[in-house]
Write a protein that binds this ligand. Structure first.
Ligand SMILES: Nc1ncnc2c1ncn2[C@@H]1O[C@H](COP(=O)(O)OP(=O)(O)OP(=O)(O)O)[C@@H](O)[C@H]1O
Ligand SMILES: [Mg+2]
Length: 503
């Protein structure tokens, strides 16, 4: 049995932050007080210095032993107790009435010098009342995936939870095999999920919905506080954000893998990096999660699931919308009705930007679909092919280098002439267009095989590859010639990588 964490030394830089702790001041019904179970002999695998600076931590924090103690569950703040929150959720379409932070613990909420609010959470810090039969731990493998991907998504401009630190320990954790334990310190304005509202709604404790929504509105949607129906305004915003978030995932070829409603953020953030994957060869039906046999969360299903999940959030918040049930349903339907257009506008706008168009014109949707179909038929590399289009010339017939990687060359050549005509209709300033395109078509994404190499190295105690990927992916749109191989097509062995819910 692990010993419980000690109180942190007063020199700990985390203690110098401005802790406001709004969530833990809510009624106890929303959470349980918990104590981290320390990782033994922790080592700092990586520390996110830019994010630390944003929070207000001094630059010297990286090597601070007291800080590592708190981030690895070996110490807590002296004046307060971490909490684990309770939520429910629809998992693979089935309602599960009791979930909650089974391995995540909220250390509190800080306000930085700019007034921004951030919750600080440890994932993998041990048992909580919501652990059910599981061990409260996270393994190093999955923690590296979460740490690097959340930061990679942030650098891609996609709303997401973030990661401040990754600490690891030789403590054994049983999955399919014995693996090492790790803790990611996650940062987000709020970790509240759709499932938090579902928990109280399905327990018929409707009186618990408003204080939670009020908490979110006060901290994160103050612009709606004085609206006649502030809950409708907030929910409209969440539904539209969810639609836009899903569109951004599609545009960058990101598959989340487990879009259960307990993994959907009430702030429209990407949350829970489990069996996610970036598309290598484009396949519209790609299933990144080996455990998702029916393909419920396949790439092409994500927009539809975002809609379905939004409907579940609206169902759970009906009592907030109107005291008359029929009118509440009508308002909810109106809000849900915003999703399709919000998604369609965002995703088409995103595709058009990737093709270098400055505005969306009639016929662009067909041009996008034709290109995606060509990639789909040939399983051609999603990231490389979009990036390669920046080299298309409008003033000569020279083919872009990427043509060599396209399988259906005849279809591509035909498409290219329509594409050129469309580009010429706007401008022939190819250089300016290439700059624009390279800002939205990343050169580097966190492909599974890149992760695999970093994981294997860190499992042997060497963390240089984690750091290299962290640095590389913090500038995904920039050419980084020394890392050209990281933008290459995946090697043959990458096909055998299988990612499941095991984490
Ligand atoms: N090893 C574990 N120990 C305890 N609870 C766990 C463990 N793994 C998952 N759970 C719990 O099972 C539920 C579903 O897990 P899921 O994989 O979606 O979340 P997660 O990866 O733990 O965390 P998060 O959604 O916070 O990123 C959640 O309630 C989660 O806390
Ligand atoms: Mg989860």
């Amino acid at each position: 049995m692990a010993t419980l964490a000690q109180n942190a030394g007063m020199s700990n830089p985390l203690l110098g932050l401005d802790w406001v702790d709004h969530f833990s001041k809510l009624p106890d019904a929303y959470f349980s007080r918990v104590a981290p179970e320390p990782l033994s002999a922790p080592r700092m695998v990586h520390f996110n210095a830019p994010l630390a600076a944003q929070l207000g931590l001094p630059a010297s924090s990286a090597g601070d032993a007291d800080l590592l103690a708190m981030l690895s569950g070996n110490a807590t703040r002296p004046d307060t107790t971490p909490i684990a929150t309770v939520y429910a959720g629809h998992q693979f379409g089935t309602f599960v009435p009791q979930l909650g932070d089974g391995r995540a613990m909220l250390l509190g909420q800080v306000r930085n010098a700019g007034g921004e609010l951030f919750e600080v959470q440890l994932k993998g810090a041990g048992h909580t009342p919501y652990s059910r039969f599981a061990d409260g731990r996270a393994v190093l493998r999955s923690s590296i995936r979460e740490y690097l991907c959340s930061e990679a998504m942030h650098a891609l401009g996609i709303p997401t939870t973030r990661a401040l630190s990754l600490s690891a320990s030789p403590d054994p954790v049983r999955r399919e095999e014995i693996e090492g334990a790790a803790i990611v310190c996650r940062i987000a304005p709020s970790f509240v999920r759709f499932g938090h509202f579902e928990f109280f709604y399905y327990q018929q404790r409707n009186e618990m919905l408003a204080p939670l929504a009020d908490h979110l509105i006060r901290d994160h949607f103050p612009q709606f506080a004085d609206f006649p129906n502030k809950y409708a305004a907030w929910l409209t915003e969440v539904v539209e954000r969810t639609a836009r978030l899903t569109a951004q995932w599609q545009n960058v070829g990101f598959c989340h893998g487990v879009m259960n409603t307990d993994n959907m953020s009430a702030l429209g953030l990407t949350i829970d990096y489990g069996p996610f994957g970036f598309l290598d060869g484009f396949a519209s039906g790609h299933i990144c999660n080996h455990s998702d046999e029916a393909g419920r969360y396949a790439y092409e299903q994500q927009p539809r699931i975002g809609y379905w999940n939004s409907s579940k959030l609206l169902q759970a918040t009906l009592p907030l919308l109107h005291e008359q049930p029929e009118q509440a349903v009508e308002i909810a339907q109106g809000i849900l009705g915003r999703y399709p257009a919000a998604y369609a506008d965002a995703v088409l706008g995103g595709w058009c930007a990737k093709l270098g168009f400055q505005e969306v014109r009639e016929g662009d949707r067909d041009l996008v679909n034709l290109f995606l179909n060509i990639l789909d038929r040939g399983s051609n590399d999603f990231t490389r092919c979009f990036r390669g289009l920046a080299q298309v010339s409008t003033t000569s017939d020279a083919a872009p280098a990427i043509r060599d990687e396209i399988t259906d060359v005849a279809a591509f050549d035909a498409w290219l002439s329509s594409y050129r005509a469309r580009l010429q209709a706007e401008s022939t300033d190819d250089a300016a267009r290439a700059v624009r395109m390279n800002r939205v078509n990343p050169k580097y994404v966190l492909r599974n095989h890149l992760l695999q190499a970093a994981i294997e190295q860190s499992e042997h105690g060497i963390d240089t590859e984690v750091d290299r990927l962290f640095q590389l992916l913090s500038r995904p749109f920039d050419e980084q010639p020394e890392f050209e191989s990281y933008a290459a097509q995946p090697p043959e062995w990458a096909r055998a990588i299988s990612v499941s819910c095991s984490s």
